[in-house]
Design a binder for this molecule. Structure first.
Ligand SMILES: [Zn+2]
Length: 73
C-alpha cells in the first residue's frame, strides 16, 4: 500500500521537505508546521480522517449548546 506523509497538527497531506531537505524536516503547506511528519499508509490515513470528522461534529454540537445557553443578543 502507498505511504503518505501527514502533518501531526492539521492532518493535511500537503507536506513538503523544508529547506530542500537540508534540515530533514518537513513543512506543512496548510498550517505552516515545520518538523517531523507522520508517515503512514493510505488506509491508516483514511481512518484518521474519519475519526477527525467525528470529533469535529461533536465539538460543533457542543459549541451549539453553549450558544443556546448564553442567549447572545
Ligand atoms: Zn498542518
Amino acid at each position: 500500500m502507498r505511504k503518505v506523509l501527514v502533518c501531526p497538527v492539521c492532518k493535511s497531506t500537503d507536506i513538503a521537505l523544508d529547506a530542500g531537505g537540508y534540515t530533514g524536516k518537513y513543512i506543512c503547506k496548510d498550517c505552516g508546521y515545520v518538523g517531523i511528519a507522520i508517515e503512514m499508509t493510505e488506509g491508516e490515513y483514511e481512518q484518521i480522517k474519519e475519526s477527525e470528522e467525528i470529533s469535529k461534529k461533536v465539538i460543533k454540537e457542543k459549541s451549539h449548546d453553549i450558544d443556546e445557553e448564553e442567549h447572545k443578543p
